[in-house]
Structure formats: structure tokens, C-alpha cells
Design a protein around this ligand. Structure first.
Ligand SMILES: CC(C)(COP(=O)(O)OP(=O)(O)OC[C@H]1O[C@@H](n2cnc3c(N)ncnc32)[C@H](O)[C@@H]1OP(=O)(O)O)[C@@H](O)C(=O)NCCC(=O)NCCS
Length: 419
């Protein structure tokens, strides 16, 4: 009998979790309590497995998320995660079959796009995904940064930093995140589970939990929390009685420039700390420019992060904003999976909502693969660069340059979190 692909029932969960850990090379046995905790986070009707003789040998699931696009609208996204195939069953097409089942269901549900974080670059292009956002991990050499050691916090007339605990974060964090993600193209909505797991309310024993410090920025005039930073300090040794601590910024979320600057200053001015490292920040983060010497910030990692696959071209392209330019572009989108391809007309004009409509039979200005539309969609790729690479064909002179201006954005899109 062949390997069966299907969604899970409750009895499948323990075996599915074991296959997930195996595919990610984690040889851990989960106890029944942890299985129950993890079961509570799964939507079984969109959690799939491949079963060989009853044994789960591949995993795949997706979650409903809203994705903010340039201009601030939110579209429905199928957020794919937990893609793992047991080493004895790899390269037999199981991930491909699971992907086809999930994307087919997402298309039927009406999701405009699918998104994921790729473990390795070569995996997902074949499924129509393109790298849509990039990230930078920074390392700051604090003694070089040129910061004033007399700094005693933000001007109280403007705002204040407060250390808060996990329960307080769970109270104000979701509303703060909603404000920030709606203003950040590339950012996604978060589930309650995210807050529980990232503030210690729920701990999966096999992952463990070390509480970070949480510092909030409260605006004096409004009384509102406008920003939050989570950080951990590592204090390994004091050679010659000199402190050598490192601070790792787990996340920094800010709704205003004042909150962003004050929270960075807070973590950059902690006593004893000589080095600050960040998680995946936007590549055009203001962080280096907050330092007296921006060269104290070095790039530790610069890499693709969130990959995006368009499922509905008219919905996706009508939802985002473009450069204020009157343009009429006919796009021939190729999609070998048969999900989103076709010919579409994109019409834009200053002060008018953009419109993208099917245009069967219209002469195309540009031809591109759906994966390359995924790269362009959030504004972080250049149509001219894709044309240079031979990934976008221009049939009307100037069409690629017009697409370049239309799609690019002033600030780069950013997905702040792993999902
Ligand atoms: C990556 C992974 C999910 C692929 O699963 P799989 O069942 O082997 O994939 P498929 O057999 O459907 O492969 C489809 C195609 O992708 C290619 N491919 C798959 N994984 C690849 C990789 N890591 N690098 C390059 N090519 C890859 C296959 O060679 C195959 O190519 P073909 O169509 O030209 O024959 C699996 O190897 C795995 O679990 N890896 C470890 C965990 C991981 O990285 N998960 C992804 C998390 S985002």
C-alpha cells in the first residue's frame, strides 16, 4: 500500500509530533502532558501527515494569519509551518504532495497568499514561493558605539521605561503588536499561543524556558505603552575584574520613533554590557544610526526570511498600494501548479485605489513566474534586477522600469517573527 496523505484525528497527534521532531533531527520523546499541550495549538483540519503502514513519516501544517501589505491593508495568508520528512522517506515526493494538498485547500478557502520561513533556500521556489522579506542580525560593539555613559533614561516629559513581567506583557502586548504589525508591511498577526509561549505562561518541557527581561516604553502624555523590548543578559566571566557581559535582544517592537529610540538606548546602556546582538531585524533598521559611531554595528547575518506565494493575483495586487503613478501594466503570470496563473491588468493612478483584474487575451507587457511575483509583491525586489537575471521578460519597452517604480517601497518590508 502506498503512503497516505491526510489530515489528523486526535489519535494521530502523538505520532505526528514524533515525526516532526524526527524530521528536525530532535531525538526527544514527548510525555503525554506535552502532547496534550501541543495538541491544543494544532488546528487538525489543516494539520497533515503522510502515513506509511499507519506510521507518520512526514508532517505539514498551516495557520490562518493576516499579512500587512504596502499601504497598510491586511490580506489573508496561509502560514505554512512544521514541514518535516523522516530521513528514511525523503526524496519520494512527500513534501510535494503535502504542499499540493495544503495550497489547494488554501486556494479553495480564498487565501490571497501563502507564506513560510524556509529552512533552506533551494526548497520552496519549485512550489511558487519567492523570498519576499529579508532580515539582518546585528552585533553592536558597545564601547565603540560612542554612547554617553551618563544617560539616565528618556526625558520624563516624553516617556519612561518600565520593567514588566510576563503577565503584564500578556495584558498590553497583543494590542501593541496589533498597532505595530498593521503599520509594518511584511508583519503578520499573532495567536494567543504565541504570547503564552513567549512570556512563560505555557512551557513545552522539551523546549524549556528562561525568562527574559521585558522593558516597556510608556508615553507620558497619552499614558499608553508604545514599545516593548525582550532581552537576556549573559554574564560569563570577569577577566582582570573587567565586565564582559553580552545582551541579546530577543525582540523589540515599537509603535513610535520615540519608543524605538528609547528602548534601544535602554539595552545599549546597561552596565557591564560590552556586546549587543539582535534577532532578525529589518535590513534598513535605524539601529546603527542611533549610535555615535554606526560602524560599531556589524551585520552578523543578512538573509532571506519570509517567502511568499501568490494564490490569487487580482486580490493580492488590488490590496497593496503602489507609487503614485498612472500606469497600466498587463502581467502574464506563469504558475505550473495551476493555482494563480493567467493574464492580469494592473491599473494605478495617484489618489485612486489600484485595480487588478483578469485580462484573458490581452497582450502582456511583462511575463514572470508566480515565485518571482512573490519576490516583488511586498516591495523588496526590483523588477529591473529580475529582468537582468532573465526572470522577468519585458514585451513593451519601459514596462519593467514602470513595474520597478510601482512595486518598490520606501521602507523595506519586515516579518519580525519565526512562525
Ligand atoms: C526539505 C524536506 C521537507 C523535503 O522533503 P521531501 O519529501 O524530501 O521533498 P520532495 O521529495 O517532495 O522533493 C521535491 C523536490 O525538491 C527537492 N528538494 C527537497 N528538499 C530539498 C533541499 N533541502 N535542497 C534541495 N532540493 C530539495 C527534491 O530533490 C525534489 O526535486 P525534484 O522535484 O527535482 O525531484 C525534507 O528533506 C526535510 O524534512 N528536511 C529536514 C527538515 C526541513 O528542512 N524542513 C523544512 C522546514 S522549512
Amino acid at each position: 500500500m502506498g503512503t497516505e496523505i491526510r489530515t489528523l484525528g486526535d489519535d494521530d497527534v502523538a505520532g505526528w509530533l514524533k515525526a516532526l521532531n524526527t524530521g528536525f533531527h530532535r531525538a526527544v520523546e514527548l510525555d503525554p502532558e506535552e502532547v496534550a499541550l501541543r495538541r491544543a495549538t494544532l488546528e487538525l483540519d489543516r494539520t497533515r501527515g503522510a502515513f506509511d503502514g499507519g506510521r507518520c513519516v512526514a508532517t505539514f501544517r498551516s495557520m490562518p494569519r493576516e499579512l500587512t501589505v504596502p499601504g497598510g491593508a491586511a490580506i489573508s495568508a496561509d502560514a505554512v509551518t512544521n514541514v518535516a520528512v523522516t530521513p528514511t522517506h525523503r526524496r519520494r515526493g512527500l513534501a510535494s504532495r503535502l504542499m499540493a494538498a495544503d495550497l489547494g485547500a488554501a486556494k479553495e478557502r480564498g487565501d490571497a497568499v501563502a507564506i513560510l520561513i524556509a529552512a533552506e533556500y533551494p526548497i520552496y521556489g519549485r512550489f511558487g514561493f519567492g523570498p519576499a522579506t529579508w532580515v539582518t542580525d546585528w552585533e553592536i560593539d558597545i564601547p565603540r558605539a560612542g554612547l554617553d555613559r551618563r544617560y539616565a533614561g528618556p526625558d520624563p516629559a516624553q516617556g519612561a521605561i518600565e520593567l514588566v513581567d510576563g503577565a503584564e506583557v500578556r495584558a498590553f502586548g497583543p494590542a501593541l503588536h496589533e498597532r505595530v504589525r498593521r503599520a509594518t508591511p511584511g508583519a503578520i498577526s499573532r495567536s494567543k499561543t504565541w504570547w503564552d509561549l513567549n512570556t512563560g505562561a505555557v512551557v513545552h518541557p522539551s523546549n524549556g524556558w528562561t525568562a527574559p527581561f521585558f522593558a516597556a516604553y510608556r508615553d507620558t502624555a497619552t499614558g499608553e505603552v508604545d514599545g516593548l523590548v525582550a532581552y537576556r543578559v549573559n554574564d560569563p566571566h570577569w577577566p582582570n575584574k573587567l565586565p564582559h557581559s553580552d545582551v541579546t535582544v530577543v525582540s523589540l517592537t515599537a509603535a513610535t520613533p520615540a519608543a524605538e529610540a528609547a528602548l534601544w538606548r535602554h539595552v545599549l546602556s546597561l552596565d557591564w554590557v560590552r556586546k549587543l546582538t539582535t534577532d532578525h531585524r529589518p535590513p534598513d533598521d535605524v539601529l546603527p544610526l542611533l549610535l555615535g559611531d554606526p560602524r560599531a554595528a556589524s551585520v552578523e547575518t543578512y538573509a532571506d526570511f519570509m517567502w511568499l506565494r501568490v494564490l490569487d493575483v487580482p486580490v493580492a495586487l488590488s490590496a497593496r498600494a503602489y507609487a503614485p503613478l498612472a500606469a497600466d501594466l498587463v502581467l502574464d503570470v506563469r504558475d505550473t501548479a495551476g493555482l494563480a496563473g493567467g493574464t492580469f491588468r494592473l491599473e494605478t493612478a495617484p489618489d485612486t485605489a489600484p485595480r487588478c483584474t483578469p485580462a484573458p487575451g490581452a497582450a502582456p507587457d511583462l511575463t514572470l513566474d508566480v515565485a518571482d511575483l512573490g519576490r516583488l509583491y511586498l516591495g523588496d525586489e526590483s523588477a529591473l534586477r529580475l529582468a537582468t537575471l532573465g526572470l522577468l521578460a519585458e514585451h513593451r519597452a519601459g514596462a519593467a522600469a514602470t513595474a520597478d517604480v510601482l512595486f518598490r517601497t520606501a521602507r523595506r518590508p519586515w516579518c519580525p517573527e519565526v512562525f
